[in-house]
Design a protein around this ligand. Structure first.
Ligand SMILES: [Zn+2]
Length: 88
């Protein structure tokens, strides 16, 4: 009796394991922790600027000479940008 309950529990754990692991392995194209794809972010439209920022007064954005653009994290990711390590 006890063993069959244990076996069921083990089976359940192994069935759930891939789901738990897939949650931990964040695929590329996900927003930084605590943020959503719909959240606003700030980008420098220059060719060499490949990050998106949480704050429009980020130190990295101050070097932007082309004007800061407001967009969403989703659009920034689609544009090939990554989260700024100073902001996120
Ligand atoms: Zn930044």
């Amino acid at each position: 009796m006890k063993n069959s309950f244990l076996n069921k529990t083990i089976c359940l754990v192994f069935a759930l394991l891939p789901i738990l692991i897939s949650c931990k392995n964040k695929p590329t194209g996900t927003p930084p922790e605590g943020y959503r794809l719909q959240d606003t972010c700030y980008i420098c439209p220059g060719t060499f600027a490949k990050a998106y920022h949480a704050y429009n007064d980020c130190a990295a954005l101050r070097q932007c000479t082309k004007g800061i653009e407001t967009t969403t994290i989703e659009d920034a990711i689609a544009d090939g940008r990554r989260p700024c390590h100073k902001c996120y």
